[in-house]
Ligand binder design. Structure first.
Ligand SMILES: [Mn+2]
Length: 306
């Protein structure tokens, strides 16, 4: 059998973030040994390097958005790269970069699913729902908006990326680890019926039950996309992110989450977002991220016989 190829796509920008530094994320993941770890699991790794894009002008919001033109440009370039990777039967792994890049990545995955008749499921691992709009957020940072944009709410420059608006329906999304949502955003999430497994749910039901629910209903035709915002993790184990929120999943809970995703065998694309080396301690957060990615690809801590 031919080896699965993982295509690493570096997107060195913090164009949608509220703090500078996520632009260094792709290199930090490489330095943490990402490629070697994947190769040790019998995967072929094709690192295409970093995509090009505009510099971050670091301006205040203009009509509700910061850097809309640059955000559009980065996401269009990423959309094309992810779509091309999927067309070659590669598994694209987007190395962010801030989470506004979920727009380009997931719109490409959704387009690929439409073209191939696959059913899309998106797991959004994050401390935040990222379901803001310009009306709801004062900051104008687009990294708080990608899920809303993908569901068709936002500026047409972004909602139109990929050619179909909306790119996805809220019904394909399962959000896990959420613990920081403002009031207006919360109402908007409820209105659109996004399925959210917040930290209270994980506390009460446990990660195992949470993941069983989030992964339920998939079949052989499902394309599973994992959008992993590193701030999903508790800041105790992952300090190197721009927007830390206490009370996230522990190392063990995160491992279980990743292992249960691996068990499905359905993951066909992913993002690793918001790693900010400027805020990290000796690349510790990148190393934890790589460790968890390894579990996504089948490293098992299981000792008992299957
Ligand atoms: Mn996010």
């Amino acid at each position: 059998m031919q080896k699965q190829t993982v295509q690493l796509i570096g997107v060195p920008t913090d164009i949608g973030a509220g703090a500078r530094g996520a632009s260094m994320g792709p290199e930090a993941l490489r330095v943490a040994g990402l490629a070697a770890v994947l190769e040790s699991h019998d995967l072929q790794v094709h690192d295409i390097g970093n995509l090009p894009g505009p510099a971050n002008p670091w301006l205040p919001p203009d009509q509700g958005y910061r850097h809309l033109k640059e955000v559009e440009q980065w996401n269009q370039t990423l959309h094309d790269a992810v779509h091309a990777a999927l067309a070659r039967d590669h598994l694209p792994m987007v190395l962010g970069g801030d989470h506004c890049l979920g727009i380009g990545s997931i719109s490409a995955v959704a387009r690929h699913c439409r073209e191939t008749g696959k059913t899309l499921r998106v797991l959004w691992l994050d401390a935040h729902a990222d379901f803001n709009t310009a009306e709801l957020t004062p900051s104008g940072n687009v990294h708080g908006m990608p899920v809303a944009v993908l569901c068709g709410h936002g500026p047409k420059e972004l909602t139109g990326i990929g050619g179909t608006t909306p790119a996805i329906s809220p019904s394909v999304v399962r959000q896990i680890g959420i613990r920081s949502v403002d009031e207006g955003e919360k109402r908007f999430v409820h209105k659109h019926g996004l399925e959210v497994f917040d930290m209270r749910y994980i506390d009460e039901k446990g990660m195992r039950h949470t993941m069983e629910q989030a992964l339920a209903g998939m079949d052989d035709n499902t394309h599973l996309h994992v959008s992993f915002d590193v701030d999903f993790l508790d800041p105790e184990i992952a300090p190197g992110v721009g927007t830390t929120v206490p009370g996230g999943p522990t190392y063990r809970e995160a491992q279980l989450c990743m292992e249960m995703i691996a068990d499905t065998g359905r993951m066909a694309s992913m993002d690793v977002m918001e790693l900010n080396p400027a805020l990290d301690v000796r690349n510790r957060t990148a190393l934890v991220a790589v460790d968890l990615i390894e579990s996504l690809f089948g490293k098992s801590t299981l000792m008992r016989k299957g």
